[in-house]
Design a protein around this ligand. Structure first.
Ligand SMILES: [Fe+2]
Ligand SMILES: [Fe+2]
Length: 242
């Protein structure tokens, strides 16, 4: 028997500010109409303020009638209170994943923000100054948390939600100088090992939309800026069936 596909709507980098209420209401409503679950892949707020998250949940509450899963992005950390942003979202029923997982209609979702450090053989390694080692350790910690979330999933189909990119390919279009700040190959390893079905990330506003890991797992950049750049006449989210 073939399994019923789950329709996933995904968007990232919505950067809600203190006066953003209403801006993406219709976009969220369209996501809700066309999909079974909505993924928000980080940079939900502009400065990581609870007031900004409050603006966002007004739109989510009134527009979305399917489960919403989210990971935070670097902007959500800017004011040093990511736990408040998370709390506001959770009070509105959004499931925020930070090394955690959840199952929806037979599909497992594992999420973590991720971190930078660069890709492939040019990836930053833990060598030299203590701060460099700390930076690299942060990327390793995120990869470990992703792995721990994936281990817990018993489902055949598994989806990874990230803010940072796990591969270089979906960063193409950005300035090469910033690639090391857009993601890390360290995130790719657990994705391949656990044979994830699909990966969604944001953060690469000017990146490419589609890529694949070394083992051929599809990677979707769902940054709304990238989606709008490549498909200006389409809505700024993506729908993928898993
Ligand atoms: Fe962003
Ligand atoms: Fe970002």
């Amino acid at each position: 028997m073939t399994q019923q596909k789950l329709r996933v709507a995904a968007i990232a980098d919505i950067h809600y500010g203190k006066h953003s209420r209403g801006i993406l209401h219709d976009t969220f409503a369209a996501c809700s109409q066309r999909a079974d679950v909505l993924l928000l892949c980080g940079d939900l707020t502009d400065y990581g303020l609870a007031e900004e998250a409050e603006e966002l949940i007004v739109d989510l509450r009134s527009a979305v009638h399917v489960p919403i899963l989210a990971v935070l992005g670097n902007h959500d950390f800017e004011s040093g209170q990511p736990e408040l942003v998370r709390k506001v979202l959770e009070q509105a029923g959004v499931t925020v994943l930070d090394g955690e997982c959840v199952e929806i209609e037979g599909v497992g979702f594992a999420g973590v923000c991720g971190f930078g450090g660069g890709f492939g053989r040019r990836m930053l390694n833990a060598w030299g100054e203590p701060l460099v080692k700390k930076f690299v350790q942060e990327a390793i910690d995120h990869a470990v948390r992703l792995e721990q979330a994936l281990i817990k999933l018993q489902t055949d189909r598994r989806v990874a939600l990230l803010h940072y990119a796990p591969i270089r390919e979906t960063c193409e279009g950005e300035s090469p100088e910033i690639y090391p700040f857009l993601g890390s190959t360290r995130l790719e390893e657990p994705i391949n090992r656990f044979r994830v079905s699909a990966v969604f990330h944001g953060h690469a506003h000017n990146g490419a939309l589609n890529g694949a890991t070394a083992t051929g797992i599809p990677v979707y950049n769902v940054s709304m800026h990238a989606v709008q750049k490549h498909a200006p006449n389409e809505p700024p989210f993506r729908i993928v069936e898993v």
